[in-house]
Design a protein around this ligand. Sequence first.
Ligand code: GLA
Length: 469
Amino acid sequence: MKASTILFFFFLSSFCCFSCIAQQRGASNAICSGIPWFDDKGDVVSAHGGCIVKDNGRYYLFGEKHSDTANAFAGFTCYSSTDLYNWKFESMALPVQPSGKMGPNRVGERVKVMKCPKTGGYVMYMHADTLGYTDQFVGYATSNNITGPYVFEGPLLFRGSPIRKWDMGTFQDKDGSGYILLHGGEIYKLSADYKSMAEQVNKNMTAGFESPAIFRKDSLYYFLGSKLTSWERNDNEYFTATSLQGPWIKRGLFAPEGTLTWNAQTTFVLPIEGSEDTTYLFMGDRWSFPRQASAATYVWQPLTVSGTSLSIAKYLDAWAVNTATGNVSPVEVGRKTIRNNNKKKIAYSGNWQADTASVMRSDEKGASFSVTFNGTQIGFYGLARPDGGYAQVTLQNSRGKTVLRSVVDMYCKFPVASLTFLSPVLAKAKYTLVVSVMGEKSNWSDKRKNLYGSTGYFVSLDKIVITED
Ligand code: GLA
């Protein structure tokens, strides 16, 4: 057999495996933060800097698709879900255009979508830019279907000119008016057709304040945003006001100081209005350059909103929200736990050492741990730290075939012991999980040449969790 034919069969068999695992999967029952998610096809969900739109009873998640190599615009994706846990890939809502401002080797970020009440059409907004961030403007695209395809229309104009700012967000008020939010806290009201900016309602009010997001509870508006540290996390802040015109009152942090917003950057807040309660879903990104496709994750937490106080006091690895009632409940991941010192169950290869925090860790490229189990789901907890690196995760079936491959990032500037990986729910069978040290780390520089990212390559294991049936 020719080498190319062998390669073809290898490709086909791994593809079949991945899709058969996708077909046999059960449903996930929780929102899990800080871990890669897998869609209905078994592919990693790539939808960062995004938003959720509820339309005809379904939730639509829009976000930035990324690659694992560069920051060039790779398209805006659309996924849908009824429960906010299980995501179906719908479409590449705005693919990379053949040329122009959303063409190859450009930047496209912070995609937001709103349905225009006047026209009934869907309008998508984004930050468009060059790779070096020197040509920023708010652009827009339109479609008659929520999932697209969207047609890129160019810059969104205010008094005939583009707004040359970068981080942006959107807010739709109860009366159907649409707003564009910009870094620094500027707010513009959209025209009735949502295709231009009609009026500036709030001026630049603070330094930084990237990734702006507004939500409303009763008659109070909450305005969330991050400081300016590129993809590095920082302690995000919020303001409140009784009118979008302000005055906006600075309220401070909404996550405990120093947690860097639980290692996340705000992107959107979704009110989940149920019959008994409304849950305000904080949607944040945990970026991971260069592996933004595989290893950047989502930090989605319920916000506690009480008067002018906003908080995420505790980080929840896994939790459930009933979209009918709006009620939140905690979720326990895995029914069986294997501690990292159980050498009968866990096979370590290479140099692993127990450290003061009682985790096993290694920074030796190729070092691995593995565990064989009979069940439907496996995950592991680790300690993400400033010297954490990337781990390659593979799941093999009893014939040694890889049925799932994933990359996780164990870097966090604010150290946190948390769920690091959780497989999709699988058909009950015997599998082996193998986690190995890649000898790579997330690191990058911004346009001012500031360096960010990990100082090491460590991968750590706290415990393994398994569900047997
Ligand atoms: C910040 C912005 C992102 C992106 C990165 C690039 O995190 O919020 O949208 O522009 O910087 O460094």
